[in-house]
Structures are given as structure tokens and as C-alpha cells.
Design a protein around this ligand. Structure first.
Ligand code: SAH
Ligand code: SF4
Length: 430
């Protein structure tokens, strides 16, 4: 019954073993990088430098609220202290946006340069109107929403077709005219490359390069906040940890970044969603995190059974669907919270009517409050998959809805600049 997928040759069954290699703990971008340290750690560092502990609070304020990227510009610290710290080799080490690719739909894809000796770049995506990958439930319904006027001018009917997608070099000014967006989402990377080797994903082609530190993960958010002049508490921004990499194979740094974003930056974990390909030990640890630091959870299910999943996601051979679901059951959900199952529709492979029915049965049997988020496969060079037909997508969605499964369809944001799901591969040509 299942289509033969043997032409999908990049199956790497060793991917799960890379977990131990990939979960090197507590990396910092440099010996004296400040970004990535919380108030307590900054206070401890200040004390070690012979300063009072409250200097640490000042530093945290400068790094995470004022979003100052240069130590020399932290004017709340006396100049002599700044000079001394710089002489001792301290630096903020915030990841820097070095290139911006702008999509016709308003999405921006950033190449972000980490301040490490290899000068690796990662990708972060800004979606001014979200893509429905983040709206996994209504558990944040009480949070005030600030509505803004219509979005990007190029999306107005009179301008459609006039705007040419183009790679735009970084411009200095902060792009935040009032009334530009209503419900932005930032897609954040957790690793350089990825070891999991899903057969349909462009990031997989990079292989695993390295883990990002907590400062590099949180730093992407801070850099994008700075670019768009975000005011925490006023602006509605969701974070999705769905960029390059598998967050649960870099668990400690990922969770340290979440804690920084909650405690120091002031974001709600209910406005964050982490997506995993199904790393069972990671899900089990995640289930034990306190609710105050636990983002919402999305599982890349992507297939209705182990046979198909095992062919498109080699990780399934180590952690089959049942083991993933057993781990997911351990998560104590908040009121109204749902687990999202992401499901990539691959033409002729996972988008058939019988797949929809089998998926409906599978997710219903879990007994969990769930929602399915369908993602039409986004193409990338060198990947032997095909996009699903529009009719197949619609039929798939209707079948799930007809079976009573809450279902959404993710909008393909920024496809023209390789910013959509699974397209992140440091493509510099835009
Ligand atoms: N590594 C994590 C998070 C990043 S991938 C994970 O796999 O969950 C984010 C989502 O994009 C996943 O649901 C993944 O299945 C999906 N995805 C990957 N490649 C894709 C592609 N080419 N088109 C559409 N979705 C894709
Ligand atoms: Fe890695 Fe996610 Fe891509 Fe799979 S889909 S290769 S886990 S980034």
C-alpha cells in the first residue's frame, strides 16, 4: 500500500546517535561573552571583577531590555569600569544580522552571524503576520492583543506584482513604522545545521555543524526585536523554535535560552512553541519543566504510521510513534493548551485520502487535546519530493475536519526567499 520511497536515498540511521555528540552542554560563544548570562550569573561575574552585585542587574537591563550590543555603549556603567571590562576581554557577543532577504509577503529572512571563531551563520525568520504555526490553541486567549492597522504596502491589491522580491543588504535604520503588523512571529534556530536528516528538509542537507549557545539562541530574538523596535508588553510577538536544528538535541542551551527570554526579556512561554522531530528523552525532560518556563509543544509527526514515517524521518527507527506519544502524554498541559501535530504533506507520499483517515484515527486514539497543523511541503533544490496538489491539500484538510480533528493549514511564508519551513539552509542568493 505504501509508496516505495527507496529513491529517497539520504537515510542516515546513525542520526539518533549524534544526540550525545550534539548535546554538549553550556557552550558560550566566547570565554567572556555576556549575552547568555542571566542576572544572577552577571552579578556573580561582576563580584568576581570586584564590583557590587547590583552591577549585574544593570548589565542585564542593558543587554536584555535596552538591547545594547556594545559594552562601550552601556552608559549605566561608569566609563572606567567599561574600559576595564573591555581590556579584560569581555564583550556582549550578540549575534548580528548581516544580511536581510525580503519576501513579497513581508517575511524577512536573516543571516545571523555568531560571534564565534568560525563565524558560523544561522537563519532567523520574521513573519509580520505569523503563519499559523504558532497558534496551536487558545490557551493565551486572555493575553491582551494590540491590533495594528493593515500590514505591508506591497500586499495591498493595487501594489501586488509591483514589488520584486530581492535580497536587501542590511540597512541601518530600524524598520518599525507604526501600524505595520499585528501578530508577528519570529522563527528561531537552535543549531547550525541538523543531524536528524529528515528526507524532505533542506536544513538536513547541511548536516550537523554545531549547537548554538543559550546566548546565540536568545540573541537571535533580541537582534530581531531591536531591528523592529519591539516593545515587550505592548507588541504581540510569538516565537517558534522551528528554524534550523533540532531543539531537543541541544536541550540545555535551548531551555537556558527560554529561561532568559522569560526571566530577563519578559516574554511569556505561552507565546513560544517548540517543535521537535520526536526526540523522546528530550520530550520526557521537557515534560518535567515548570509551566512558568515551558513553551507549547509541537511534534513533527508527518506521517500516519511508522512505515511511512520511518522512511521519511530516519529518527522514527529509534523512537517510533508510540514512544513519542507516550512521552508527550507526560506533559502537564495548561488549561486550554493543545499539543500540535505538524504534518508535512508530501505529494503522493503523505497526502493521500487514506493517509488522512489513518492520521485522524491515530491522533484521536491518543486521547490528548491536540490539533493538527498541515504544512504543504516547501520545495528545495536536490530534494526528491513533490509538492502536494492544491486539491489534495484541501481534501486532506476536509477529511480531518470531517473526522472532528481541529486542523489548520500553515501559510507558506517567504517561499520566494527560501524562508519557509524546511527551507533554511543559508541560501545567500535569496
Ligand atoms: N527540527 C524541528 C524544528 C524545525 S523544522 C522539527 O523537525 O520539528 C520545523 C517544521 O518544518 C517541522 O514540522 C518539519 O517537519 C517541517 N519541515 C521541514 N522541511 C520542510 C519542508 N521542506 N516543507 C515544509 N515543512 C518542512
Ligand atoms: Fe532537522 Fe527538523 Fe529538518 Fe528534521 S525537519 S532535518 S529535525 S530541522
Amino acid at each position: 500500500m505504501n509508496k516505495d520511497l527507496s529513491h529517497l536515498v539520504r537515510i542516515d540511521t546513525s542520526a539518533p546517535e549524534s544526540e550525545s555528540q550534539a548535546s554538549v552542554q553550556g557552550q558560550e560563544p566566547s570565554g567572556s561573552a555576556l549575552l547568555g548570562l542571566d542576572s544572577e550569573a552577571l552579578a556573580a561575574r561582576m563580584m568576581r571583577a570586584g564590583e557590587p552585585a547590583w552591577r549585574g542587574r544593570q548589565l542585564a537591563e542593558a543587554l536584555y531590555h535596552q538591547r545594547i550590543a556594545e559594552l562601550s555603549e552601556i552608559t549605566t556603567l561608569p566609563k572606567s569600569l567599561r574600559q576595564r571590562l573591555i581590556a579584560e576581554g569581555w564583550l556582549v557577543a550578540r549575534p548580528a544580522i548581516t544580511q536581510v532577504f525580503q519576501s513579497i509577503d513581508g517575511t524577512e529572512r536573516y543571516l545571523i552571524q555568531c560571534q564565534d571563531p568560525e563565524a558560523e551563520t544561522v537563519e532567523t525568520v520574521w513573519m509580520p503576520e505569523g503563519d499559523d504555526g504558532e497558534s496551536s490553541d487558545d490557551s493565551e486567549a486572555d493575553t491582551p492583543e494590540i491590533l495594528r492597522a493593515p500590514s505591508f504596502p506591497q500586499l495591498l491589491p493595487e501594489n501586488v506584482g509591483k514589488h520584486k522580491p530581492q535580497p536587501a543588504l542590511l540597512h541601518e535604520e530600524k524598520t518599525r513604522p507604526e501600524g505595520r503588523w499585528r501578530r508577528a512571529t519570529i522563527c528561531v534556530s537552535s543549531q547550525v545545521g541538523c543531524a536528524v536528516n529528515c528526507q524532505f528538509c533542506l536544513t538536513a542537507m547541511l548536516g550537523f555543524r554545531r549547537n548554538l549557545s543559550a546566548g546565540e539562541i536568545a540573541g537571535q530574538v533580541i537582534a530581531v526585536f531591536d531591528r523592529h523596535g519591539i516593545e515587550v508588553g505592548r507588541d504581540r510577538v510569538n516565537l517558534v523554535f522551528m528554524g534550523m536544528g533540532e531543539p531537543f538535541l541541544n536541550y540545555d542551551n535551548f531551555m537556558a535560552a527560554v529561561r532568559l527570554l522569560v526571566r530577563e526579556v519578559g516574554l511569556s512561554p505561552q507565546r513560544m512553541t517548540v517543535s521537535t522531530s520526536g526526540i523522546v528523552p528530550g520530550i520526557e525532560r521537557f515534560a518535567r519543566e515548570p509551566a512558568e518556563f515551558r513553551p507549547k509543544l509541537a511534534i513533527s509527526l508527518n506521517a500516519p504510521n511508522d512505515a511511512i514515517r520511518g522512511q521519511i524521518m530516519p529518527i522514527n527507527r529509534k523512537w517510533p510513534i508510540k514512544s513519542v506519544l507516550d512521552a508527550v502524554r507526560q506533559v502537564q498541559l495548561r488549561p486550554r493548551e493543545r499539543i500540535t501535530f505538524e504534518y508535512v504533506l508530501l505529494g503522493g507520499i503523505t497526502d493521500r485520502p487514506e493517509d488522512a483517515l489513518e492520521l485522524a484515527r491515530l491522533v484521536r486514539r491518543t486521547g490528548l487535546p491536540i490539533k493538527v497543523n498541515l504544512i504543504a511541503w516547501n520545495p528545495g533544490p536536490g530534494i526528491p519530493c513533490t509538492m502536494p496538489q492544491l486539491e489534495a491539500v484541501e481534501a486532506f484538510r476536509s477529511a480531518l475536519v470531517g473526522a472532528g480533528i481541529p486542523t489548520s493549514l500553515r501559510q507558506p511564508r517567504g517561499r520566494d526567499i527560501y524562508a519557509a519551513c524546511g527551507q533554511l539552509k543559508r541560501t545567500v542568493e535569496g
